[in-house]
Design a protein around this ligand. Structure first.
Ligand SMILES: Nc1nc2c(ncn2[C@@H]2O[C@H](COP(=O)(O)OP(=O)(O)O)[C@@H](O)[C@H]2O)c(=O)[nH]1
Ligand SMILES: [Mg+2]
Length: 330
């Protein structure tokens, strides 16, 4: 009872605060904020291709986009970047100098970036007036749920430059083909969400290739909505490699279900409708949709609770487009 009262009081305080900062209704809440995306995901999940495609799409929509490459392991960049970490530190220099492998080298580079955050801030400052910023990050996933340097870099930028960023986590849709891989993708997404503490959108990338991997055990919405994971157990037990870890996997699934935070949307970066649907989600998550609106807090909340396209019909349409028309089992 006390807990409910406490929550209600906090909500009331927040509402009053919003009214005050928004000049009693006619707001400038989202003015002078800089919006952008932090693009993360395992190596090869499509981050660099995404930054290139997303920047082209947003430019066509009339936004001025700047791409910031913070992956020292990105060799041939398909886009023109406004800021490149290679100007600060090179992975190929770090590895021999400190006797590190590629993973250790990348951790070193991120720690170096954190120590030299002034460099990044000074590079970003000229872009803040009118740019939308895409950060292309390295694929070493441990940087996003174990190490603190990446999180510290982003937290400092958000505070000092008034950024509103959404983390877009790309997961290769190929991982849906194997129950064990799918569970590890869920765990990765959950731990990254909890560690990064940013507005977060999980994406099954390269969805155009999903039909070429063979028949999935379930319909696509099972994987996007993260439905009852107990159904996966039957499929896990058929694989002799995962039989040994059945109990562990079952416990991990219940952790994922208990948090109830992870779901996915799908993306084919070459399909403008697919990119457009994702942009709508991201714009809602970081508040970009409110940025051009002079409205009251009440109007903002009306927009915020509005329907997104993240629904059954959309996933069903994606399934119809990319997956073979044979019967899938439930
Ligand atoms: N078919 C298809 N291929 C993609 C898509 N996104 C990325 N790729 C390919 O996936 C590979 C790895 O992409 P890249 O952007 O370098 O991944 P990164 O390591 O996460 O930056 C490249 O060959 C891309 O062309 C997609 O939506 N569909
Ligand atoms: Mg890359």
């Amino acid at each position: 009872m006390l807990c409910y009262f406490d929550c209600a009081l906090k909500l009331l305080c927040f509402f009053v605060y919003c009214l005050i900062v928004s000049d009693w209704g006619q707001s400038s809440l989202f003015r002078n904020m800089v919006f952008g995306q932090v693009v993360i995901g395992p190596p090869g999940s499509g981050k660099t291709t995404y930054c290139n495609g997303m920047s082209q799409f947003l430019s066509l929509m009339g936004r001025k986009v700047a791409i910031v490459n913070l992956d020292p392991a990105n060799d041939a960049l398909p886009y023109e970047c406004a800021v490149n970490i290679e100007e600060l530190i090179k992975l190929e220099d770090v590895m021999p100098e400190h006797s590190l492998g590629p993973n250790g080298g990348l951790v070193y580079c991120m720690e170096y970036l954190e120590k030299n955050i002034d460099w990044l801030e000074s590079k970003l400052k000229p872009l803040l007036k009118d740019h939308y910023i895409l950060f292309d990050f390295p694929g070493q996933v441990e940087l996003f749920f174990i190490h603190d340097s990446t999180k510290n870099v982003l937290t400092k930028l958000i505070k000092s430059l008034n950024l509103r960023l959404t983390a877009v986590q790309l997961i290769d849709s190929h991982l849906c083909c194997d129950p064990g891989n799918y569970v590890s993708a869920l765990l990765l997404s959950l731990s990254t969400m909890l560690h990064m503490e940013l507005p977060h959108v999980n994406v099954l990338s390269k969805i155009d290739l999903i039909g070429s991997y063979g028949k999935l055990a379930f319909n696509l919405d099972f994987y996007t909505d993260v439905q009852d994971l107990s159904y996966l157990e039957h499929h896990l037990s058929q694989d002799p490699r995962s039989a040994k870890y059945r109990k562990l996997t079952k416990e991990l699934c219940s952790v994922i279900e208990d948090y109830s935070l992870v779901n996915f949307t799908t993306l084919d970066i070459q399909d403008k409708e697919s990119v457009g649907d994702l942009v709508k989600l991201i714009d809602k998550s970081n508040g970009y949709i409110f940025s051009g609106i002079d409205a009251s807090v009440v109007e903002y909340s009306k927009i915020a609770i509005g329907q997104t396209d993240w629904d059954y019909n959309r996933v069903a349409a994606v399934q119809e487009m990319y997956m073979e028309d044979e019967e899938t089992q439930d």
